[in-house]
Design a binder for this molecule. Sequence first.
Ligand code: ZN
Length: 278
Amino acid sequence: MSESFIEYEAAERIATITLNRPQAANAQTLELLDELDEAWRRAAADPDVRVIILQANGRHFSAGHDIKGVGASGDVGGTGDGNENGQQPSWTLAGIYEIEAKRFLEYSLRWRNVPKPSIAAVQGVCISGGLLLCWPCDLILAADNATFSDPVVNMGIGGVEYHGHTWELGARKAKELLFTGRKMDAYEVERVGMVNRVVPLDELRPATRELAEQIAQMHPFALRQAKRAVNQTLDVQGFYAAVQSVFDIHQTGHGHALSESGLPFLLLLDGMKARIGK
Ligand code: ZN
């Protein structure tokens, strides 16, 4: 029996999806993402659900992709498990691309386009892949201890797979986030509109619930059309095409790292070699 990484509850018109891998700061394995996608599909299909909450158990929203997990269960040419001799990993760009196009691009775009309002509640760290979970939500509430970062330039990659950066932060802040890899706190990203509001940590879940209940009173078709109006405007401005093309730019980072090191990322971050056992 496989471990469950996601909790799902639907009551009083609100579906609550909870990341439940707190012992690993909700780092995302491929299995966790598949389970999360199932939960989104379930909420989307349930006619009684009008609003979707995405939250996380534990101190942190998500520490990003579980680097050990990416590719490790793939049978498409990209595995981190080594060859038949058990020595060298056998990653291929085609294998990485296939895994990431589904889990790190298609999923986030599908969650973004679910025709019901969604609210992310973020506490603690939200690193790289964590952004791929909260950015697709329509609204984001951040606890006052929340921080947001995408330090993958330190891994030789130009940014995480789903390029929300420029849209969410504006061009200058997006570049600062990427160039420095530093954490931006909740108030800093609130000022540029990346989150709707900042609340004390112990008020995060009640405030999120209250907002969801308020929205759930509205007419579901009008909500659907209001969401479509905003998303469609972003798409006309180029969001969809940009996200697709930047995904391919991201893959040149993996290709470069593969050509340099045989791994899909360069081991530049302190402690990374130890973390992945190299
Ligand atoms: Zn990638």
